[in-house]
Design a protein around this ligand. Structure first.
Ligand code: GCW
Length: 857
């Protein structure tokens, strides 16, 4: 009975509700399934398959995919290649899947006809119902199967032949998962999709179902390893019990050809091992680490290796003992060598304690990696790759590519990208990142005057090297959407696709993802493409433009606007904004000298404002607000305009999305989930716009040529209303509130009212927007009335619905907007907000906007 009711409910809504768990691997039935049925093979044959390994998995996926996508049940027959096929009638069509070696074993004559494959590469040929899927290794075979299924899932069942090799051998993801929840960073540092899927309460979880499901998603986009624990590593990860746990995670990954990697804490020999030192050259320390490597490989024979963050942000490292970073990296490399493992050693090395902005005009965090790695290029063992964040600072919305890529010629490197949107909206803002990554990967360093793109360097092509590639910080969590937002998953998909083939088009990859995740309904594809492609430029416009970085609160959650937090501290994300000028002078002639870290052609370009692209102007130069950009605008006017443009673009997202209601593949559950975030983003983009503009207006005293900044004719400031039980409150930073103040309830337990007579509003219909603050420490309730009519009621519950970092403050992080469209207002009626505080949330209100149709402010 219950299932009947459930079916009826699904029928009512058209598409079945989806929670996102299967992401782009839904295997949903395609429109032309009937037509495709005859094009599918009638048997699946796996060659030399062993349960728990990728070829076996490939067979299972094909069977499951055929059933789901096309509605055809096809069984898997596993055979040992050398014994040949058993009992198949000649008219049977077959999908054969296996490694090249297994195939050639049973078809010796085929060897000469097969294309050349490198590690993980695959070959697929589909012809008249016969399908041949070969991998250079087992993993490659699984990749081939996923490729074929992905085409079917987009409704393409035509014949094709494809040979595909990866552009780089290292295609890893990093998870910043903590063993223990709590502390400042919770279960997953900079994770916005719930708790760790691997660890809980200091141990590896008993139930690792999600780990297997994660590996399945990753394998389908060509990712071959996951470093499962935070780079700020807990030494206790290496207790025998936890190593047993890691082995269980590796077991969950193995069927998908995903290898496990571990982050290490450099001081573990001392803190966990009880030695008196962690000096990387001390024999006792070396032996201790060898013991660890042996113990791990005994449990996980196919472990991929290590990831190490050292001498950075308080983490221990070799420099503690005056040893070089190479001494540190090689220590691990040598213990891994006998087991075939590799180590990714991070270039994110800097001192966050002593950089001094006021005393030293030449101090610059951007210089750190180049400085620390200087002279080490030929010092690393051949199983070390240096993992370099794309920019010299820290995952900002716009940075030049780290010059370190061009310094390491003998040492392999990998580019570190961030799928989790730490500085880019924490999955509460739609920001499709592939266009940004593409620019970074296509950047040409002109090493020795020759074409030298980032992609060719990390792919080991520009300077021939056998290692190199990609590391993406993903930080999925237990939320069924993985990242906390359905739309954010396009970033994970695109990451895998670009790591495999850096020449892939961000828009092409996006469309593929949309078809797989939702449907190939043209409207669905068009709308999501339009929003996503506009999203990074929009976010850059309203968060931090001209290379000034994401002007977020760098001391707290890295989420909301707080331009003032960049300067005056040793973290080194400085803007050097004063009353007249702004930007970091990184020139050689007068600044920090950073431009000199680039090869000569690039150094010359960035050295002069005339040749520096506008979008990086303030990254490289300190200029007056009145400096004219190439666009013809002044810096300050560009700021104002960009913040208006960016937030205006964000206003279009919910409108666009609403057009998709009820379309094919847009089920109610995902429709609402996405809409909620886009509406929130539209509101929060205005918070960004006004905070940043107000901040620089205040600093520079230069008015907006278009008269918008500080001029809001439709707003009623809450502090100007008649207050009963509410009081005015000075917000810090001041720019996080319209008019620098908001209202809060006088006590934590009594209701309060703010009212105003609308005597200057003509009778008509208006969109009424309320800007309020939703803090993490309570669930206040607000009610909005016009006259006696209650227009709406809402709760301060964003912390349960958005995964963004929680904050207990009234600031740009917690500022939010709710809008009630088409409210009937009579001139002279009374507008009233009733706030009921809860916990430590005093029902704060910033302002109310009474907006004529088409106006947003
Ligand atoms: O961006 C910063 C983050 C830290 C992170 C660090 C790093 C894991 O704010 O949370 O620590 O970078 O990449 O090591």
């Amino acid at each position: 009975m219950r299932s009947l009711l459930l079916l009826a409910a699904i029928g009512l809504h058209g598409a079945a509700a989806e929670d996102g768990l299967n992401a782009w691997l839904r295997y949903a039935r395609v429109d032309n399934a009937k037509h495709c049925q005859s094009k599918l093979p009638s048997t699946i044959v796996t060659l030399n398959a062993t349960e728990g390994f990728p070829v076996y998995t490939a067979g299972q996926e094909l069977s499951k995919g055929f059933d789901g996508i096309i509605g055809k049940k096809v069984d898997v027959d596993s055979i040992v290649a050398s014994r040949g096929r058993r009992g198949h009638k000649s008219r049977d069509t077959t999908a054969t899947v296996g490694t090249v070696a297994a195939y050639v074993d049973s078809n010796p004559g085929a060897a000469a006809r097969l294309p050349e494959l490198i590690d993980d590469g695959f070959h697929v040929s589909v012809s008249c119902g016969n399908v041949l899927i070969l991998g250079q290794n087992e993993r490659g075979a699984l990749y081939g199967a996923f490729h074929y299924l992905t085409r079917l899932a987009q409704g393409d069942c035509s014949d094709f032949t494809l040979t595909s090799n990866p552009g780089a051998p290292i295609r890893w993801v990093n998870q910043w998962d903590n063993m223990q929840d709590g502390g400042t960073h919770g279960s997953v540092e900079r994770g916005y999709g719930g708790d760790s899927i691997f660890f809980w309460d200091g141990k590896v979880r008993d139930d690792l179902t999600r780990a297997g499901q994660y590996a399945r998603l990753l394998a389908s986009i060509g990712i071959n390893a996951v470093v499962v624990n935070n780079v700020n590593a807990d030494p206790k990860t290496l207790t025998p019990a936890n190593m047993d746990g890691l082995a269980r995670i590796a077991n969950a990954f193995r069927p998908y050809g995903v290898q496990l990697g571990v982050s290490l804490n450099f001081a573990a020999p001392q803190t966990l091992g009880g030695l008196s030192t962690f000096d990387p050259l001390d024999q006792g320390v070396i032996d201790w680490w060898q013991g660890i490597a042996d113990a791990l490989y005994q449990r996980i024979p196919d472990m991929v290796g290590y990831l190490v963050k050292a001498n950075s942000e308080g983490q221990p490292g070799p420099m503690t003992y005056n040893r070089t970073l190479a001494d540190g990296a090689n220590l691990f490399a040598r213990t891994l060598k006998p087991h075939g493992g590799i180590i990714l050693f991070r270039a994110f090395v800097y001192d966050h304690r002593t950089l001094n902005q006021t005393l030293d005009w030449k101090a610059d965090r951007a210089n750190a990696a180049g400085d620390y790695f200087e002279g080490l290029d030929d010092k690393f063992d051949d199983n070390v790759a240096i993992q370099i964040k794309y920019g010299p600072i820290d995952f900002q919305v716009r940075e030049p590519v780290s010059p370190l890529f061009s310094h390491l010629r003998k040492t392999a490197s990998a580019i570190e990208l961030q799928i989790t949107q730490e500085y880019l909206g924490q999955q509460a803002h739609l920001v499709y990142l592939a266009p940004m990554w593409k620019e970074l990967l296509d950047f040409d360093f002109r090493v020795d005057g020759k074409r030298s793109t980032t992609a060719d360097i990390v792919g080991g092509r520009r300077f021939p090297r056998k290692l190199g590639g990609f590391a993406g910080v993903v930080n999925v969590g237990t939320n069924t959407t993985w990242l906390g937002s359905h739309l954010a998953m396009s970033n994970l998909y695109a990451y895998g696709k670009l790591a495999w083939d850096a020449s892939a088009s961000p828009e092409g990859v996006l469309k593929e993802w949309i078809k797989l995740t939702f449907s190939d309904d043209h409207k669905v594809v068009d709308v999501i493409t339009k929003m996503s492609m506009a999203s990074w430029p929009a976010y850059e416009n309203y968060s931090g433009n001209l290379g000034i970085q994401t002007l977020t609160d760098i001391l707290l959650g890295h989420y909301g606007p707080n331009p003032g937090s960049q300067d005056g501290n040793p973290w080194g994300q400085w803007t050097r904004a004063d009353a007249d000028s702004i930007g970091m002078d990184r020139t050689v002639w007068n600044g920090t000298g950073f431009t000199g870290q680039y090869p000569p052609e690039i150094a010359a370009m960035y050295e002069r404002p005339e040749t520096t692209p506008d979008n990086l102007m303030l990254w490289f130069h300190h200029v007056p607000y009145t400096h004219k950009l190439k666009s013809g605008k002044t810096v300050i006017q560009h700021f104002y305009d960009a913040h208006y443009e960016g937030s205006a673009t964000a206003q279009t997202f919910p409108q666009l999305w609403r057009k998709l209601e009820g379309r094919r593949g847009i089920d109610r559950e995902r429709y609402e989930h996405v809409l909620y975030r886009l509406v929130y983003q539209a509101g929060h983009s205005l918070v960004w716009r006004d905070s940043v503009n107000q901040f620089y207006f205040n600093k520079s005293s230069i008015p907006d040529a278009r008269g918008r900044v500080g001029n809001h004719p439709y707003r009623i400031e809450a502090e100007a209303m008649s207050l009963e039980g509410y009081r005015a409150y000075r917000v810090s930073p001041f720019e996080a509130a319209s008019g620098a103040r908001c209202i809060v309830t006088e006590t934590n337990s009594t209701r309060a009212t703010a009212s105003a007579v609308l005597d200057r509003v003509a009778t008509g219909r208006y969109d009424v927007a309320v800007n309020y603050y939703d803090m993490a420490l309570g669930n206040a309730t607000w009610e909005l009335y016009v006259g006696a009519d209650r227009v709406g009621r809402w709760k301060g519950d964003l912390e349960y619905n958005l995964g963004r970092a929680p904050s207990p403050y009234i600031d740009g992080q917690t500022a939010a907007r709710v809008t009630f469209p088409g409210v009937k207002i009579k001139r002279g009626s009374t507008l009233k907000i009733v706030g009921t505080p809860d916990g430590l949330e005093p029902a704060p209100v910033d302002y109310i906007s009474i907006l004529p149709e088409g106006v947003v402010d």
